[in-house]
Design a protein around this ligand. Structure first.
Ligand code: PHE
Length: 388
């Protein structure tokens, strides 16, 4: 007598066209990667841009088959632009969510707060955008996907001296902001080393609204260029007040200038100014292709934060593929060995000593309502290899 099982089996075989197919294997588990960015608070726009870039990269990687067949799953935590919330997000991601690695945070101060938690847990953290040198000094689990402010300041000095043919410069910085003061120092040392002269150094306080005393002092010194390593809101006020004082200096800036507000109709006195950045759409084929898919997905141009978010995921994915394990030490080792990485923010990027990438600086000009690409300064141009 036929058993029920054998009848069912025969029926299933018939339905399957005479072949017995084993049940499909369950999909492989997803690789959990943490993401701490600020989508609320003072740095909300930095955070949402970065997150958009991250999401786009993950979508593309998963569509192409993931990492060794495993998809990436982003476990997102907003840190509200606050250091203490960045720290608690780090604890949630390492202890509860058990991520294998994490991307974050968007600013140096926030990354410095989250870093020790990742270092202690043995989980690699890679910040796409934190440029302050101390960030990666926290330990061997802490990486970044961008260049550092010492390289940025030196690169801007090279550009001022070689491209702008400036012999004299003035510096206007925010004395309450580590990003601003550090960059001012790096620029100054390199500009002097190249043979330039600093003819005026002025600074303002965090809460400043009136910059006219500093601007007038700089005007009197008549420098060839004025380096202003400040965030975009200060820059916009400085440029506007300079114009009012009938002074239109050649302004030169840093990545903190990144904001589409510089392109707005009411932005005064910034036309033709040049600043250093991580990315510009006109930078190359990869950048253009990225900008097109970003535009399609989000309906706007990508900022440098979006581009760095995108590249950082791709760098991490490449390391995860090389390591082929969830072991933090092995993933960190693979990240540390990363080289010849072609991203949308530059070609042939390599992870240098102490977990800091060596990559180009992109000079951008504010021109006719656009960020126009000027040129890339390669790592070697700014820091020529020492002759033996
Ligand atoms: N470099 C800035 C920091 O470390 C963050 C930033 C990156 C700002 C890119 C603008 C563009 O705080």
């Amino acid at each position: 007598m036929k058993t029920l099982i054998s009848i069912l089996f025969a029926t299933a075989t018939m339905l399957a066209g005479g072949r017995v197919d084993p049940a499909p294997p369950p999909p492989p588990p997803k690789i959990k990667v943490g993401l701490i960015v600020s989508t609320t608070g003072a740095l909300a726009s930095f955070g949402s841009d970065t997150k958009n870039g991250v999401d786009l990269a993950v979508q593309e990687i998963n569509k192409a088959g993931g990492i060794g067949g495993q998809e990436i799953e982003i476990v997102f935590q907003d840190c509200a632009s606050k250091p203490e919330e960045a720290e608690s997000a780090a604890k949630v991601l390492t202890a509860k969510k058990k991520v294998v690695a994490c991307i974050g945070c968007v600013a140096s101060g926030l990354t410095l707060a989250a870093g020790p938690v990742f270092q202690k847990a043995g989980v690699p953290l890679i910040s796409p955008t934190a440029t302050n040198p101390t960030v990666t000094q926290q330990g061997k689990m802490i990486f970044r996907g961008c260049f550092m402010d010492d390289f940025q300041g030196e690169g801007i000095a090279v550009y001022a001296f070689s491209d702008m043919k400036a012999k004299t410069a003035a510096i206007l910085s925010n004395q309450d902001d580590a990003y601003s003061t550090a960059l001012a120092g790096f620029f100054k040392d390199k500009f002097i080393e190249l043979g330039g002269k600093i003819v005026s150094e002025r600074s303002f306080r965090y809460t400043a609204e009136d910059y006219s005393t500093e601007i007038s002092a700089i005007k009197a010194a008549a420098p060839d260029v004025v380096f202003a390593p400040v965030y975009y809101n200060d820059l916009l006020a400085i440029a506007k007040q300079s114009k009012k004082l009938e002074y239109e200096p050649k302004l030169l800036g840093s990545d903190g200038w990144e904001s589409r507000q510089l392109l707005a109709e009411d932005a005064v006195g910034v036309e033709d100014s040049v600043f250093a950045n991580h990315f510009c759409t006109g930078q190359g084929q990869e950048a253009k292709a990225f900008a097109a898919s970003y535009q399609k997905e989000y309906g706007e141009e990508p900022s440098s934060l979006a581009a760095l978010g995108y590249d950082t995921v791709c760098m991490l994915a490449s390391a995860l593929a090389d390591a082929a394990t969830a072991d933090g030490d092995k993933i960190a080792e693979a990240l540390g060995a990363l080289k010849e990485f072609n991203g949308v923010t530059g070609k042939n990027i390599r992870m240098g000593k102490d977990r800091n990438p060596e990559k180009p600086l992109v000079m951008v000009k504010i021109q006719k309502g656009e960020f126009a690409f000027v040129r890339e300064l390669t790592y070697e141009e700014v820091r020529p290899p020492k002759k033996k």
